[in-house]
Design a protein around this ligand. Structure first.
Ligand SMILES: *Cc1c(COP(=O)(O)O)cnc(C)c1O
Length: 387
């Protein structure tokens, strides 16, 4: 029997075709531009989604829809005044898009390692790094913690340190859409939060992102920079350098459609996690990465496992090849930024956690396109591989 390949995380559209309806409506009404009713509607949907029923932490937060999550990080840094020669603290264990916008501004990323519970920024190491950078003569201009694989970070601790040193926080919640920390949506704790709607994220607009802004005034400023920084005059007058970063009304139509099924997506990712946890419960040497605290509610965007070769009998790369031969896509965890050739000269505060995880972890197929039958097949394949 030949099986179709089981992919890591495929986009999934609503069964009722909401996305197509909204795209068609955009065409029918000739809103085929980077503004329009779908963009406004999508932003409203996102604001409602991140707003906790109690209003905890989020009152007045505004969301601006953009062309990518990377653009959202970039605009946050622009509006925070990050410029050439500045330093910005970034999580080392992440996708390069978390740190690259720092370099777009001519600034230098300073990498901070993770702690082993959440795999996200280690608050103690963060404070060490801040102190050391200040002692060396440069106070960091911003901190970019990440919610890797949708796992909440120890954000209360990170925010406490950031406030004490008066450094703004830009939360990279690109992978954390729908994750909550003490009931509050991730991305709403810091000065800014970023979302991504790339093809493989929790929801997609084919490609896109958004910036969670602290208030209406900041949102207006972000919109200004996102649309070429045009001054409010009848002719084109420019006093700042702007960007072409607005989301199109077509993409926003997909986003609005996706928002009708986002809770199903979230439930399915958690269901997938449960199946993996149950499936590997009696498999020595395989551990599923789950929330270390009960006040953390990850979206389990990508489910990840740790493979201990001494117990399992093969390492993560050998297991990846076994899965590949069985038509199952899996992938090593993110390679830390401080190990990336392009960032070899950037300062880094490391403790060994991300380097170790990179050498033992694998992402497994997750998301609505992965069926229960697929999950059973994946678990059985891994059990069968065990030596
Ligand atoms: C996907 C991702 C981004 C970038 O989002 P895009 O929409 O692809 O630009 C940033 N940070 C992390 C951690 C991501 O996974």
């Amino acid at each position: 029997m030949t099986r179709n390949k089981i992919w890591l995380c495929l986009a999934h559209m609503s069964e009722t075709g909401e996305e197509m309806k909204l795209i068609k409506e955009a065409f029918d009404t000739n809103w085929v531009v980077p503004l329009g009713p779908n963009v406004n509607g999508f932003e409203k949907d996102l604001e409602e989604f991140i707003n906790h029923p109690d209003g905890r932490g989020t009152p007045g937060k505004r969301v601006i829809a953009l062309s990518a999550g990377t653009a959202a990080i970039h605009l946050a840094l622009v509006n925070l005044g990050v410029k050439a020669g500045d330093e910005v603290i970034c999580q080392s264990f992440t996708f390069a898009a978390s740190a690259n916008p720092v370099v777009y501004q001519g600034a230098t990323p300073v990498f901070v390692d993770s702690e082993p519970g959440t795999w996200n920024m280690d608050p103690n190491l963060l404070e060490d790094a801040i102190k050391d950078r200040i002692a060396k003569g440069k106070k960091p201009k911003a901190i970019i913690p990440v919610y890797l694989y949708g796992m909440p970070a120890y954000i209360d601790e990170i925010m406490e340190i950031a406030r004490r040193y008066e450094i703004p926080v830009v939360e990279d919640a690109a992978e954390g859409f729908g994750s909550r920390y003490r009931g509050q949506a991730v991305g709403t704790f810091g000065d800014y939060g970023i979302m991504s709607f790339n093809g493989n994220k929790m929801i997609t607009t084919s490609g896109g992102g958004a910036l969670i802004c602290p208030d209406e005034e900041t949102a207006k400023r972000i919109l200004f920079y996102a649309t070429q920084a045009r001054e409010p005059l009848p002719y084109y007058q420019h006093e700042h350098i702007g960007f072409n970063y607005r989301m199109s009304n077509i993409c926003a139509g997909i986003g609005r459609g996706q928002m009708t099924i986002v809770n199903d997506h979230l439930a399915h990712h958690v269901h997938t996690k449960d199946r993996y946890v149950d499936g590997f419960a009696d498999v020595d040497g395989i551990t599923v990465h789950v929330a270390p605290e009960d006040y953390m509610e990850p979206n389990y965007w990508l489910n990840t496992i740790i493979v201990e070769p001494e117990k399992f009998g093969m390492d993560y790369e050998q297991l990846r090849q076994v899965l590949d031969a069985a038509n199952i896509e899996s992938r090593p965890l993110w390679k830390p930024m401080h190990l990336q050739p392009v960032y070899k000269d950037a300062p880094a505060y490391v403790n060994g956690v991300s380097e170790k995880l990179f050498r033992v972890g694998l992402c497994l197929p997750s998301g609505p396109m992965v069926t229960d039958e697929d999950l059973e097949y994946i678990v059985e394949t891994i059990k069968y591989a065990k030596k």
